[in-house]
Design a protein around this ligand. Structure first.
Ligand SMILES: *Cc1c(COP(=O)(O)O)cnc(C)c1O
Length: 744
């Protein structure tokens, strides 16, 4: 960015609104944005400490530093958008706006793959498609590029007129939709968003909306016969999206034959960064898909965000003798100052041994660096679960938005983060800004402290044997009876602790752990005499919060809890947190004011409230691959005890997943099924320890083909129903040998 729009000649190269993402601070500006996520003004001091010296703040805030420039504006959002618009106006190339329900990032990346070897392209990083993302994308526009690709997510809250004015698109793109209809958005929305485009490229056979006459409409459906796509693009939506990318590229560059050649090389690959556990306690970020300045920056930013004090290692696969790219990348890397950087121009090279590090592996497809990523894996088992962090973040926010403003969130990461990985889930949810973490046992708390979590941690089942390690790891125990309270106080005395935070657990009707409401006077007496501990919070647990038909028991629990709260606060000279709502509590009783809520399953997209459920996204998906396919004759049997006997010729696919992975044996004999090519394939015979056999008769199934165990066609809830259990049990029984991939 050459100059800013606020009226000075000062140069700003980067804009931050989240202090965790601050990398380089020379010529950086911090915008204090206020949103439902929080108030950026609270982080001014932190941004200053991190080295930022240019600030844009709201007039209502007094913030002054000798050596910093502070711009006071009426509304920081408006200022940010004004700056984005200014940057847009500097851009002279072709502006392409990509929207549509699904596949925007794919289409954007494919257009990029098709044209970026010919001309200079700026594109919005990752799927940066909220209004804030749009502003940031425009701010990152390089004015000297020939083409800009900006992604916009259509939704009811988006103001299409305002976005159109700020983006000023010339070519509009609407991605393929299920059934090839630009469904769900009214035509005024589409018309406003793409206003003044000269061309509109889409994947519908016929457009159900009418475009202005001045706009040329190009349909890319169906895919032209002469266009050859890579084999993996075997569904209609991907094919249409590839066709759209081709049509767009064709508008922009000349050389049809060259484009066609490029088209057959499109990659599906991780558009999103994959992360997983590596050997030697390393954690791997695999972004071996493209290698350019934008994506390098994104990846480094992500690495920094999750590093939590761990060493950062950056491995870059580079084609030999590409000094220009190397020095460009080096300049970006320098801004983030990782501990170790290795350019690998020759994959035979011996690498040093890394331990306890966050390793970013970066390179383009051509360099073969993704093989290196595979070598780092702890777990090479082909059965994997994917954990979608973006959805996790959204789901947390959706719960927060239901609660009264200012309510804190405790993320429950007990039971290995509901099976998805204790340390990883802990530091991801911490980085998403939750206020507290909750675990079942002290050992879990110790592990997440070791992983670098610094937020307060509540231990629900604090056992006496663990009090010492609770204190030495700053874990805050839940106290649920007098004996335990006594022992904990003794430990505090022994260790010389005063005012050690504890949490009182009250049993309001679950009849599990907890003091009874009638114990409160005696508790107060003990506390009066003991300065060693201090009540940080008081809490209880609901037993029937998912019951939407009869709310009386929950209301009774809440009223009992309120009574205890009142008594305690009348007595204590200090304030404390109060919490009783779990995910279902938030979903169905959100208006009751408590200072905190504890959410677990809701973070993963499960809810008993259908209205909330619609706002949530699944976080977990589970995949395997086909190991072998064979056809058996009538009368032949499959698996142990010949439990399945074919009544007709049957195609059998063997999948490397069994009850030792968490695929329950109760799913034998067709009770369970998996999805291949979007089709139900029931189990044949008994589930083995490490394998299942499924029926793929009438499908053309190849070895290596993807098998969905849980995903878009077979949801976690459906899987739970098949096994007559609840999603919690499914999640927590996925075994540790299943490779876990975290997707940002
Ligand atoms: C597990 C647990 C939660 C979270 O419950 P969800 O139903 O997963 O939201 C909250 N509070 C306590 C005490 C718990 O044990």
């Amino acid at each position: 960015m050459p100059t800013n729009s606020i009226g000075t000649e000062e140069q700003i190269d980067s804009v931050f609104y989240d202090t965790r993402k601050i990398g380089t601070t020379s010529n950086a500006a911090f915008f204090a944005l206020t949103s439902s996520l929080g108030d950026g003004h609270r982080f001014l001091e932190l941004a200053y400490q991190k080295g930022v010296r240019t600030f844009v703040v709201s007039e209502a805030i007094h913030f002054k530093k000798e050596d910093a420039v502070v711009y006071s504006v009426e509304n920081t959002w408006v200022a940010l958008f004004a700056l984005a618009k200014y940057q847009r106006d500097l851009f002279q190339g072709t502006m392409i706006l990509i929207s549509g329900k699904i596949g925007k990032t794919t289409v954007k990346e494919w257009i990029y793959q098709l044209i970026s070897s010919e001309i200079k392209v700026s594109r919005s990083p990752k799927s940066y498609n909220s209004e804030l993302g749009i502003a940031l994308s425009l701010l990152e526009l390089k004015p000297n590029s020939d083409v800009a690709l900006i992604e916009v997510k259509p939704h009811a809250e988006l103001n299409p007129v305002a976005m159109n004015e700020i983006i000023r698109p010339e070519i509009g793109v609407w991605t393929a939709a299920i059934g090839s209809q630009p469904e769900s958005m009214p035509s005024e929305f589409i018309n406003s968003l793409f206003n003044n485009c000269h061309t509109f490229i889409h994947g519908a056979k016929t457009l159900p909306i009418s475009l202005p006459k001045s706009m040329k409409s190009v349909s890319c459906f169906p895919l032209k016969k002469e266009l050859i796509l890579p084999q993996f693009l075997n569904d209609e939506i991907s094919q249409t999206n590839a066709s759209i990318a081709y049509c767009v590229a064709n508008q922009i560059i000349k050389g049809e034959q060259k484009l066609k050649d490029q088209l057959s090389l499109l990659t599906r690959l991780a558009l999103r960064m994959e992360t997983f556990d590596g050997q030697n306690n390393n954690f791997i970020i695999n972004d071996a898909y493209s290698l350019d300045a934008d994506s390098m920056r994104n990846a480094l930013e992500f690495q920094q965000q999750i590093a939590n004090g761990k060493k950062r290692v950056v491995l870059i696969g580079l084609e030999e003798n590409n000094e220009a790219l190397k020095s460009e990348l080096q300049a970006i890397i320098d801004q983030f100052a990782p501990e170790t950087v290795v350019f690998i121009e020759n994959t035979d090279r011996e690498l040093p041994k890394f331990t306890d590090s966050i390793i970013l592996i970066k390179g383009s497809r051509k360099t073969g660096i993704s093989r290196l990523a595979n070598e780092f894996k702890v777990n090479k088992h082909k059965t994997v679960i994917h954990i979608d962090l973006k959805s996790l973040r959204k789901n947390i926010l959706a719960h927060k938005q239901l609660l009264p403003k200012g309510t804190k969130i405790m993320a429950m990461v007990k039971a290995a983060g509901y099976g998805l990985g204790l340390q990883k889930m802990a530091y991801f949810v911490e980085s998403f800004g939750v206020d507290y973490l909750g675990v079942a046992y002290a050992d879990e708390g110790v592990q997440i402290r070791n992983a670098g979590v610094s937020k307060p941690i509540l231990v629900m089942n604090a056992e006496e044997e663990t009090f010492q390690s609770c204190i030495s790891n700053k874990l805050e125990p839940a106290i649920y009876d007098f004996q335990q309270l006594d022992t904990f106080i003794s430990e505090c005395i022994y260790q010389g602790e005063e005012n050690y935070p504890i949490h009182l657990k009250i049993d309001t009707g679950m009849n599990r752990l907890g003091f009874l409401p009638s114990d409160i006077h005696k508790i107060i007496e003990v506390l009066d005499a003991q300065p060693e501990v201090r009540i940080k919070s008081i809490y209880s647990h609901l037993s029937d919060a998912d019951n939407r038909r009869d709310k009386r028991f929950t209301e009774l629990q809440i009223s009992r809890f309120n009574e205890v709260m009142k008594k305690l606060s009348a007595h204590l000279p200090y304030s404390f947190d109060t919490h009783i709502l779990n995910s279902s509590g938030v979903a169905n009783f959100s208006s009751t004011p408590f200072s905190m809520a504890r959410i677990g399953i809701g973070m993963y997209g499960i809810s008993s409230n259908p209205e909330l459920k619609r706002k949530l996204e699944p976080v977990l998906s589970w995949y395997s691959v086909v190991s072998q396919v064979k056809t058996i004759e009538k009368g032949q049997a499959v698996g142990y005890n010949r439990a399945f006997i074919a009544e007709q010729p049957t195609s059998v696919a063997t999948i490397p997943i069994g009850y030792a992975d968490g695929f329950k044996r109760s799913l034998s004999n067709g009770k369970g099924y998996v999805m291949i090519q979007g089709k139900k394939c029931p189990t044949l015979g008994k589930v083995c320890m490490d394998m299942i056999m499924v029926d793929v008769t009438n499908l053309e199934v190849k070895v290596g083909e993807e098998v969905e165990i849980i995903g878009p066609h077979l949801t976690l809830e459906e899987m739970a129903l098949l096994q007559e259990t609840i999603p919690y049990e499914i999640m927590t029984s996925i075994s540790s040998r299943v490779h876990r991939i975290y997707i940002e």
